[in-house]
Design a protein around this ligand. Structure first.
Ligand code: DOR
Ligand code: ZN
Length: 351
């Protein structure tokens, strides 16, 4: 059995860091593993301008412990009225790496999202010209569509027409959860369509939300799906295809906001992210493909240089905290903590 795995320092290509107290509490968990992260813009209010992205980046860097190196890669939250020239400016000034498209109302803080892709055609024209990636939360928002079918439906209703209308636009279909999405991305040979996959969608199916009662800490969007979908995601993630890469979608919410009559969607996986992914690759006999998924495929898609330095994981009980304190009795529950994982990040160097 492999006892230790060393790989080039990886990147998290989909991360929610929040702001203020929560930012300070969660950031070190990502920064000790990942060299860079694509930072989601769904703050309240959302990050829609170059100035807001620059200021948010400065707050993230100010919250970073001096012992860690980490580069936040900023995104803008796409709205129906986003000015294409603002996006061009953000990209040219190296503030914005990508733009995030939330269909209006699809998920947490998505109320300012896009009501139709025709509304943002001019922005997409500019992004296509710049080679700037569009990151998509790929779910239909039609309330008549079953929550478990929303991603599969989005592929035909929205993604396919978008790919046809903007033939050079680079697109990341974020946090894919279904066999249909895995196959859709795998079938594209253009190299301009890719997908991120979360640890929870590789490790659990939808039963996890209902085992012995309602388990809000397994609730995220897109929601966990049937076993057949989990298996399809494991196949593509571990296949060695460059179109699939690591994006945790670590999305911290205070415990009380999740354990509520109407609990928030989001799983806080940052403290155990790499260990959780490596568990999957070990189970699939694909440890030799882990570095491509974690450290190479994403940064290549984004046109970024490789990170300096390495991380090492060893086979031993994981010591991540079950919950992360926020002060005033508040806390955030951690995804699979307390000895449930048998890998542990044991060393990290940033050069
Ligand atoms: O589960 C989720 N949580 N899905 C999202 O798309 C947003 C995220 C959040 O920001 O909490
Ligand atoms: Zn997300």
């Amino acid at each position: 059995m492999v006892q230790s795995v060393t790989l080039r320092r990886p990147d998290d290509m989909h991360l929610h860091l929040r702001d203020g107290n929560t930012l300070r509490a969660v950031l070190p968990y990502s920064a000790r593993q990942f060299g860079r992260a694509i930072v989601m813009p769904n703050l309240k209010p959302p990050v829609t301008t170059v100035g807001a992205a620059r200021a948010y980046r400065a707050r993230i860097l100010a919250a970073l412990p001096a012992s860690l190196t980490f580069e936040p890669l900023m995104t803008a939250y796409l709205c129906d009225n986003t000015d294409p020239e603002e996006i061009r400016k953000g990209f040219n000034e190296r503030v914005l790496t990508a733009v995030k498209l939330y269909p209006a109302g699809a998920t947490t803080h998505a109320e300012y999202g896009v009501t139709g892709t025709d509304k943002v055609a001019k922005v997409l024209d500019v992004m296509q010209e710049l080679g700037m990636p569009l990151l998509i939360h790929g779910e239909s928002t039609d309330p008549g569509v079953d929550v478990f079918d929303r991603e599969a439906l989005f592929l035909d209703s929205t993604l396919k027409p978008l790919l046809d209308t903007f033939p050079a636009l680079k697109i990341v279909l974020e946090h894919i959860t279904t066999e249909q999405a895995a196959e859709f991305v795998d079938a594209d040979s253009s190299g301009r369509l890719a997908a991120t996959i979360t640890p929870q969608h590789l490790l659990f199916n939808r039963n996890a939300m209902f085992t012995g009662g309602l388990r809000p800490h397994y609730y995220c969007l897109p929601v966990l799906k049937r076993e057949q979908h989990r298996l399809a995601l494991r196949r593509v993630a571990t296949s060695g295809s460059p179109s699939f890469f690591l994006g945790t979608d670590s999305a911290p919410h205070e415990r009380a906001a999740k354990e509520a009559a109407c609990g928030c969607a989001g799983i806080f996986s940052a403290p155990t992210a790499l260990e959780a992914y490596l568990t999957v690759f070990e189970q699939e006999n694909a440890i030799d493909r882990f570095e491509a998924f974690a450290s190479e495929n994403g940064r290549r898609f984004y046109g970024l240089p490789p990170n300096e330095g390495t991380v090492t994981l060893t086979h031993e009980p994981n010591d991540a905290p079950r919950s992360v304190p926020l002060g005033e009795g508040k806390s955030i529950e951690t995804f699979i903590a307390d000895g449930e994982l048998s890998w542990q990040l044991s060393a990290q160097s940033s050069r």
